[in-house]
Ligand binder design. Structure first.
Ligand SMILES: Cc1cc2nc3c(=O)[nH]c(=O)nc-3n(C[C@H](O)[C@H](O)[C@H](O)COP(=O)(O)OP(=O)(O)OC[C@H]3O[C@@H](n4cnc5c(N)ncnc54)[C@H](O)[C@@H]3O)c2cc1C
Length: 428
């Protein structure tokens, strides 16, 4: 039987594991912490702007399970907030168990609190991966989905210090990059000012610490937009350190924008608590532990693997990558679709089948190729790419690819004969 090892259990790794299992592989997923979903444990925003089209495209391609799970635990659907349309917000308290149930139902072996520490190579192939418990796992193909954040030292070196983010490096140790261990030279993204990395773009407030009228609005509509008194505004430059450039809009500097993901998701990279508490309604505000949203969140985009458009890592014969590891792509949707393609192609490679490259007439295919091309330019290394705004969304709109017409999306996928491709069981 084909054996696929997926390293990293964020959105990308869970998608890769699912896709490989559906294609017929025996899949092991290792995750260094005690929960799946990585930074997906703090996000929640789905289907905003072009993510709607990409989601429907993934569903038409047969890779829709994780999107349907996110939809099923959404607290709010089809909402608008500045610069963003038809968003849904999944409940961050409910999403992880729901995903885990799906993976276990597909007979994926999930090994939590297990860090992949090193690789054993034979020439340019990985033959086994060494784990933190002293064991090693043999695999035909490895998918790396370790994200691009951590360990703590990186957050201190490139950001405002270790902000005790959801990745919990002090407890579980930092990210270990498989590509780097296999001898691949990784790349680092940059902020707008040219310094390294990018800061996570939102933080969380305890809902209970906010004024009742704000909580009511969040519960009922999913969104609260509260003007910041002019004297307290930080100016738009405060937005430039964010990973999520789709939210670096003037409205996000002039207002406190909150979204209801179960907690109150504050759409700012950081916001000093003493300043926040001067805004009416926020007098008793406090950040959700363990995030230090007053000063900083995690630094990301510190370890990107060079890859082709089939998501094969260059320089290692049997290594694929997805999510932030696959480049300057931001978001759950982006991680799920790249993870899905990586997991599916891992099985194809093990079976000596042609690898799947999604055509550029599809939004996902265009995004994967476009981001790789942009990352070959110095300017592109200072940008971040997402279906939900900024550079990539503008590019896709210019190509006429953004639509909210499900039938149009399904027809596009059908035209290239790829309907349900990710549902094919390749290994018997
Ligand atoms: C605060 C915050 C808010 C966000 N909000 C949103 C949002 O609302 N909507 C949205 O679309 N996107 C959002 N994002 C971005 C989005 O979460 C990420 O781009 C995406 O989820 C990345 O997924 P990933 O799987 O590539 O990486 P990660 O989520 O970083 O997952 C990597 C996983 O690999 C594990 N790992 C690392 N090294 C090893 C190893 N050697 N062995 C085993 N395991 C390992 C880590 O523990 C982690 O679980 C947010 C990000 C942050 C930080």
């Amino acid at each position: 039987m084909v054996k696929v090892l997926v390293v990293g259990g964020g959105w990308s790794g869970t998608a890769a594991a699912l896709a490989a299992a559906k294609a017929g592989a025996d899949v092991t997923l290792v995750e260094r912490t005690d929960m799946l979903l990585g930074t997906g444990l703090v996000g929640g925003i789905m289907r905003n702007n072009g993510r709607w089209t990409a989601t429907e495209e993934a569903i038409a391609l047969g890779g829709g399970e994780l999107f349907q799970i996110a939809d099923s635990v959404s607290r709010h659907r089809d909402i608008e907030f500045p610069g963003h349309k038809h968003a849904s917000l999944y409940d961050i308290g409910k999403i992880e168990p729901a995903v885990k149930i799906e993976l276990l139902a597909r007979r994926i072996e999930i090994r939590l609190e297990t860090t992949a520490k090193d690789v054993i190579k034979d020439g340019s192939r990985i033959v086994a991966v060494k784990l933190s418990d002293g064991s090693s796992v043999d695999a035909d193909v490895v998918v790396e989905a370790t994200g691009s954040a951590g360990g703590m030292a990186n957050c201190g070196k490139y950001g405002n210090g270790c902000a005790m983010c959801v990745l919990r490096c002090p407890t579980f140790g930092g990210r270990v990059s498989i590509a780097a261990k296999a001898g691949v030279e990784e790349k680092m993204g940059q902020k707008a000012d040219g310094s390294i990395g990018a800061m996570s773009g939102s933080c969380k407030l305890l809902k209970e610490s906010l004024a009742p009228e704000i909580v009511k609005q969040l519960d009922e509509t999913g969104v609260a937009v509260v003007p910041i008194p002019e004297a307290l505004q930080k100016g738009e430059e405060a937005l430039s350190s964010k990973a999520c450039q789709q939210y670096a809009l003037p409205e996000f500097a002039a207002n406190v924008i909150l979204l209801d993901t179960g907690h109150a998701k504050l759409m700012a990279p950081y916001f000093p608590l003493e300043t926040l508490r001067q805004i009416p309604g926020f007098e008793e505000a406090r950040y959700e532990d363990p995030y230090s949203g007053g000063l900083g969140n995690s630094m990301r985009y510190l370890a990107l693997a060079p890859r082709d458009d089939k998501l094969q890592v260059q320089g290692v014969d049997n290594l694929f990558c997805g999510g932030e590891k696959a480049g300057l792509l931001v978001g759950h949707t982006e991680a799920i679709i790249t993870g899905t393609l990586a997991g599916h192609n891992a099985v194809r490679q093990a079976l000596n089948l042609d690898l799947l490259e999604l055509p550029r007439t599809l939004m996902i295919g265009e995004a994967i190729a476009y981001v790789r091309e942009r990352m070959e330019t110095p300017e592109g290394m200072g940008q971040k790419f997402t279906f939900s705004g900024s550079v990539l969304f503008n590019h896709l709109k210019e190509l006429g690819m953004y639509t909210t017409d499900k039938e149009e999306v399904a027809a596009r996928v059908d035209t290239v004969n790829l309907t349900g491709v990710f549902n094919q069981q390749l290994a018997k």
